[in-house]
Design a protein around this ligand. Structure first.
Ligand SMILES: [Zn+2]
Length: 86
């Protein structure tokens, strides 16, 4: 405790769904946002995922480009392979 360790890209992607759900602890949320501010790659992933979730929830009624959709499905599959634990 005490040291503020930065998220790696891998950790960020693991926490991204919870972050977008608003389910992340405030401390983790701050660290995640700090990483996003410095890492364009993760920012793009976050932004794309956020938009896609909005589409799923019906907030943004426009279709996603196929390549974005397939990349997202891959990401979601990776995530669901990690679900089921606890
Ligand atoms: Zn990153």
């Amino acid at each position: 405790m005490g040291t503020t360790r930065q998220f790696t890209c891998k950790e960020l992607l693991q926490e991204l769904a919870d972050y977008l759900d608003g389910a992340l602890e405030p401390e983790d949320r701050t660290r995640l946002e700090a990483h996003l501010a410095k890492c364009p790659n993760c920012w793009v992933v976050c932004d794309t995922t956020k938009k896609t979730i909005e589409v799923y929830k019906g907030l943004a009624p426009y279709p996603l480009p196929e390549d974005v959709k397939s990349r997202l499905m891959m990401a979601l599959q990776k995530r669901s392979s990690r679900a089921g634990q606890g």
